[in-house]
Design a binder for this molecule. Structure first.
Ligand code: NAD
Length: 243
């Protein structure tokens, strides 16, 4: 067992998968969490193991508190206590405000905010005991700015930044660092609903001239995981989109 054990929520694909692979390359044993598409999670696990990495895969809806705690107990048994949480699982959908039904609003908060809450509480006990640990929350530029048709998503991502900043203040004395990453438009399945034309238009509005890549978010997460003197920060990775 290693003391470098990471849980990356929502890591069967996209940004989470890139984070899990990058952490494994840096010597972390990783739990790949996903809600569906076990095949994608297993594909990633096979790639990691082929490179000599250690990982397990675990289906769990982060909105389900019991499932999250059960997942963390399994990680503790099979890999060791979680010393790095990357709370990445998230869902998004653009809707005009008047079209947001309460159930839609609730589900976004259940996954994006309550999922982060459950995950952080599930790993915290051991971090407090060890007097060390690191949590990294994945927010969004829409957690720092507002945008039309993003009210629900933006509200959840603002909440994540508030959670992360407040936790960093509360946990620093316990040796636990807490930071946040705020990605811009990253080329994953999540943004494909916008359609190629809109994505190309968006890329044209980004000063660096293109969408971001999942690996570029993973790079930032790894940097935050490895730098022992950074806490309470929100790092924006958006190609200069919103300055
Ligand atoms: P994605 O849709 O490609 O992947 C999301 C992942 O989360 C998948 O592995 C999915 O299985 C998992 N997931 C979804 N709901 C879950 C749940 N309830 N429980 C457990 N896992 C769940 O998305 P992505 O683009 O890789 O986004 C990852 C994170 O980055 C999200 O929090 C998202 O809000 C954030 N983000 C994405 C972008 C972007 O442009 N892609 C920009 C800013 C922030």
């Amino acid at each position: 067992m290693t003391n470098k054990v990471a849980l990356v929520t929502g890591s069967s694909r996209g940004i989470g998968a890139a984070i899990a692979e990058s952490l494994s390359d840096a010597g972390w044993a990783v739990c790949i969490n996903y809600i569906e598409r076990a095949d994608k999670a297993e594909e990633l696990a096979a790639r990691i193991r082929a490179k000599g990495g250690t990982c397990i895969t675990q289906q769990a809806d982060v909105a389900d508190r019991e499932a999250v705690f059960a997942m963390v107990r399994r990680i503790e048994r099979e890999l060791g206590p979680v010393s790095l949480l990357v709370s990445n699982a998230g869902i998004a959908e653009q809707r005009q405000f008047q079209d947001i039904e309460p159930a839609f609003w609730q589900r976004l908060f259940d996954v994006n905010v309550n999922g982060a809450f459950h995950s952080a509480q599930a790993v915290l006990g051991h971090m407090l005991l060890e007097h060390k640990g690191c949590m990294i929350f994945v927010s969004s530029i829409w957690g720092q700015h507002g945008a039309s048709c993003e009210a629900a998503y933006s509200a959840t991502k603002h909440a994540i930044i508030g959670l992360s900043r407040s936790l960093s203040a509360e946990l620093a004395l316990s040796g636990i660092r807490v930071n946040c990453v705020a990605p811009g438009v990253i080329d994953t399945d999540m943004v494909q609903v916008l359609g190629r034309e809109t994505l190309e238009q968006l890329a044209g509005e980004i000063p660096l001239g293109r969408l971001g890549r999942p690996e570029e978010i993973a790079h930032t997460v790894r940097y935050l995981a490895e730098n022992p003197y950074i806490t309470g920060q929100v790092i924006t990775v958006d190609g200069g989109f919103l300055v």
